[in-house]
Design a protein around this ligand. Structure first.
Ligand code: ADE
Length: 229
């Protein structure tokens, strides 16, 4: 069983990489892939870079080159729900691309043409395992639901409302649904784990870097719990 882990930014993966044993690094298409062991499990970890294209490029390469059984995407996200505060966790039961729109041709907003789906589902058993690993963390609010991705940092009430109204998503980020899309096409199980770093409404720009650190710490603890169990 090999697990692939993808984060968009250095801060989202560097602690995992630093904790791995027997590390082997390879660079493909300017992305560094680190193979090794953590908590006795075979891992391949990569920093994709920000956005859906980088995420898709990283995921497809990871699948073809390292054949992981499962891919987990970890990192931070903007909260779309009043039930989610900074550092709370969201685990995806499915992902949507909020910026995919061919409604001019009569399709519903978000319908992805090639696969005829709006929400790409995660496998239930994987979501349940990750949810268990999250719920044993102390002082952590965890919700399971839809995660919305798009090539935009969401920082206005209008865009936030658009995503909530159209997709009923719990949080928004810039990679998860691209990773889910590539995994779905390749029959690889996937799940997205995101800790809230902001409210996606432009209210906390000044605090973003410190919130990111707190949030990243939460998602790394969750990954370690998941690997241990
Ligand atoms: N990642 C963290 N916060 C985000 C936001 N508000 N929009 C998009 N990606 C994010």
């Amino acid at each position: 069983m090999k697990i692939g882990i993808i984060g968009a930014m250095d801060i989202e993966v560097e602690e995992l990489i630093n904790s791995m044993e027997n590390i082997k690094k390879e660079t493909i298409s300017k992305i560094d892939f680190y193979q090794g062991k953590l908590q006795g499990k075979d891992l391949v970890v990569a920093k994709s870079g920000v956005g859906k294209v980088q995420a898709a490029l990283c995921t497809q390469t990871m699948i073809l080159k390292y054949a992981p059984d499962t891919i987990i995407n970890t990192g931070v996200a903007g909260s779309l729900s009043s039930d989610l505060d900074i550092a709370d966790l969201v685990i995806s039961d499915g992902v949507v691309q909020h910026d995919f729109d061919v409604s001019a041709f009569g399709k519903p907003v978000g319908m992805i043409s090639e696969i005829d789906l709006i929400k790409i589902p995660c496998k239930k058993e994987l979501v349940e395992k990750i949810e268990y690993s999250a719920k044993i963390l102390e002082d952590t609010n965890v919700l399971v639901g839809t995660i919305a991705s798009g090539d935009q940092f969401i920082a206005s009430k209008e865009k936030k409302d658009y995503i909530v109204d159209n997709f009923n998503a719990l949080c928004t980020e810039m990679e998860g649904a691209a990773i889910g899309h590539v995994c779905y096409i390749n029959d690889v199980d996937f799940c997205i784990i995101r800790a809230m770093s902001d409210k996606a409404d432009g209210s906390a720009h000044m605090d973003f870097p410190s919130f990111v650190e707190i949030a990243v710490d939460k998602s790394i603890k969750l990954i370690n719990n998941f690997l241990r169990n």
